[in-house]
Design a protein around this ligand. Sequence first.
Ligand code: TNX
Length: 765
Amino acid sequence: MKCIRTYLLAKVLLIAMPLWALAQAGSQALPAVIPLPVTMTPSTGSFIIDGTTKIVVTDSALNKMAGLLNGYVLAYGNKPLSKTTITPGNNFISLSIDSTGIPHKEGYLLHVDKKSIRCIGHDASGVLYGLQTLRQLWQAGKGSIEVPCYTINDDPRFAYRGMALDVSRHLFPVSFIKKYIDWLALYKFNTFHWHLTDDQGWRIEIKKYPRLQSVAAWRNETLIGHKKELPHRFDGKRYGGYYTQQQIKEVVQYAADRHITIIPEIEMPGHASAALAAYPTLGCTGGPYTTATFWGVFDDVYCAGNDSAFVFLQNVLDEVMTLFPSKYIHIGGDECPKTRWKVCAKCQQRKQTLHLPDEHALQSYFIQRMEQYVNSKGRQIIGWDEILEGGLAPNATVMSWRGEEGGKAAIAQHHSVIMTPETNCYFDYYQSLYAEEPLAAGGFTPLQKVYGYEPLAGNADSATTTYLAGVEGQAWSEYYTSEAQAAYMIFPRALALAELAWTPKSKRNYENFLNRLRGEASLLKHQKINYDPHFDDITYTAVPVQNNVLQINLQSAARGSDIRYTTDNTVPTIQSSLYTSAIEIKNTCTVKALLFNRQHQPTGRLFQQSFRIHKAVGATVTLLNKPIDRFNPGNTTLVNGLFGSNRYNDNQWLGFSGNDLEAVIDLGKQQTVQHLALQVLNYHWQRMWAPVTLQLLASKDGEHYTELYRQNSFPVNGINKVDVPVTPVQVQYIKVIGTNKGVIPAGEYGAGGNALLLIDEIVVE
Ligand code: TNX
């Protein structure tokens, strides 16, 4: 045990954690292995790897693994280890395969004792994963590496453990792609989903179509700031590039050496602006088209009535399938507006000839025709969940992103499914609500939300769900303007996903994960992963406890730190109030809080949040219609003194999908009201539409209402603040009616679907 303690102490010191943290962490101070292995049994002592240690490999299939191990050793400035096929008496690391002894695919046994390390895999992947665990166990120094004695038995929960990267919106060089692949392997991902084409740029060389390189790979300029900021501003700089086939081959090999399969994605029939710019005859109108310069969904798509569009895509896929040996080829299928098809003679002709009922069926025809082609080459397709609309292609795997609904529907039809719901697996969303977070796509997916995701609500392991292949994290790059920014958004959320993908459900525990994540800091740093370190930030909840009184709870996952706070707008110091229990707030104010460590030093970022206390805070709210689950943090959200932010997914907005808002606020007794205020959202690119009509009414008895105010236009793109002074009246009830836009009109994002009406905080003064 002594050595383990020494090891832990060294590790703790290395990451510059104060000593008290060790005591604090107590028995939870495990070596920082992420994802957590199935079983880890410590024993006494440690093994020292130095220049005299040998790697024993008898199976030539594992020579590459020995090479990788030496790479990891070298990366710490140590000498490479020499290889042998003869097992010495001691001081060796043996790599071997035993598919009977280790029964599970990709599983491994890592046994470290004072004399040797044995890494036995079910297959070569298993050996690779054993080595990744070894890298996380060891304490590397110059000249030698100490590994605590352990026996670890491990294998993955899901067969499909994926991370994507969008290189269309922003392009990343081959050097970054390789680093990314290294990082994925370290956390035991086995699939890299490479999103290679989109409206804003085509990134793979296709020799048959040179204009994909000279035209589709380039855009004239790029949007500055967020898409919701109107009018759009552009940088005026030509942007683009693509990967040559030679580079792709190199990356595919690099990934294969790390047992990562690359699944290429070639988008169709939508997200095709760049390809159409190069070959306008493939679209319905014939163009001219341009490679998109801002983010979104575009009406111009491949023409479903034009055989040459299919021939083009088949030729493209021929080259793609030559480059990528993966069983699966992702052909997109998402966000394809039917606007052009509806008025295109060729598309309508196709619809008629095939007796297709509508344009959804036409999309289904498109995907099925491409599926047949891909299948004829011995491969399978993956498509986003929109491929369910109009009928699923017979052998397709569905990637469920708009929640789990698509995934469930596909499972019901006995199709294989990969879960990647945007609420939990989209790493382009904000991970914190702190104002200093760099610009991101808009939603809010903190680390805990990723970690807490459980596919199919905990039923993922039952026999009925053999169709659930696994999970994937999405890295859309609209707002990833640099490699550092991409890494910041992806990590550590990808680590949370890695643990969900690998570790048995029963073993997962967020606090324990955070402990290990803190312990992982030195490795993340060594890997030069610019991860977001703010997962210990102070967060809060606010609950109205009685009329005009809010109870504020502050929390942080940080161990052994104190929270100190102020309500007078000053920055907290060590003299400020110590947070011990919920704060009661009776007046409008800003709470500011900071973490102080044992040395009384402030750590982390300054928390600040304003609360507006008004007459409705704590009042009873009755809703006529139920908000949709995704935007239903509870009725009191409308009267909790807090305003929703433009990150709209911050649990302050109440959302109604397709149906109207009708809220009645009971102030408890008659009161003088002279001012009403609220907020509604207009983000059409996220299906969010301000009400067609908003009415504010008041009543003394809850039966007879008088209209105080009505508004029919909400011109602001984003948050519309409604601020209404009213002639003072004595009332007990306030009614707010918002008429939903209903079905999203043609030409708009999500056309034909239900509009979302979002409202927050009804201020009564
Ligand atoms: C939707 S997810 C998209 C992407 C965007 C992403 C932004 C999916 C299949 N399509 O084109 O980049 O939202 O969050």
